[in-house]
Design a protein around this ligand. Sequence first.
Ligand SMILES: Cc1cc2nc3c(=O)[nH]c(=O)nc-3n(C[C@H](O)[C@H](O)[C@H](O)COP(=O)(O)OP(=O)(O)OC[C@H]3O[C@@H](n4cnc5c(N)ncnc54)[C@H](O)[C@@H]3O)c2cc1C
Length: 150
Amino acid sequence: MTKKVLIVGGGLAGTIVANGLCRQLGEELRGNEVSITMLGATETHMYQPGLLYVPFGRIREKELFRDQRKILDRRVTFHVDPAKNIDVDKQDVATESGKSFGYAISSSPPARASGPTACRAWRRARTGSTISTAHARCATRSRNSRAARS
Ligand SMILES: Cc1cc2nc3c(=O)[nH]c(=O)nc-3n(C[C@H](O)[C@H](O)[C@H](O)COP(=O)(O)OP(=O)(O)OC[C@H]3O[C@@H](n4cnc5c(N)ncnc54)[C@H](O)[C@@H]3O)c2cc1C
C-alpha cells in the first residue's frame, strides 16, 4: 500500500520539505511506495524576506510571487484547498472544499523532537505524516550539517 505524506501549507517550510523528500525518496516514489501531496491556501508562493525591500523600491511586489506548482518538484501533487481540521486520531485532514485527505501515520518524530536525530529517525521511518515548519527546520539543519561535513 502506498504510504501517504501530506504537507499542509505551501510556504517556505512546506516547499523545502516537499522538494527535499522528493530528492530523498526517489526510489520509493518511482515504486509507488510513497506519495507526496501538498495542501495550499493559494496558487502562489510569496518570498516573505523580499517584503523588506518593497518600501525602498529595491524590488517590486509582484516579483515576490511565484506559481507554487512551478517551484515544487513535479512528483508532488498540489491542491489549492486549505486545511480546515486535522484529526490526528482518524489520521485525516478535512479541507475547506469538503474533501478529506488521509495520511499514513498520525505522528512524526520531528513533531516530538527536534534536530538531526529526529530528522534521521523520520527518514528511517519512510512513512507519512502531516508536516509542520518544524520539519523544514529539521531538514535545513540536516542539509547544513551534511554540507559542513563535506
Ligand atoms: C519581512 C520578512 C523578512 C524575513 N526575512 C527573513 C530572513 O532574512 N531570513 C530568514 O530565514 N527568514 C526570514 N523571514 C522569515 C521567513 O520568511 C519565515 O520564517 C518563513 O516564511 C516561514 O515559513 P513557513 O513555511 O513556516 O510559513 P509561511 O512561509 O508563512 O507558509 C505558510 C503557508 O501555509 C499556507 N496556509 C495557511 N493556512 C493554511 C491552511 N489552512 N491550509 C493550507 N495551507 C495554509 C499559507 O498560504 C502559506 O503558504 C522573514 C519574514 C518576513 C515577513
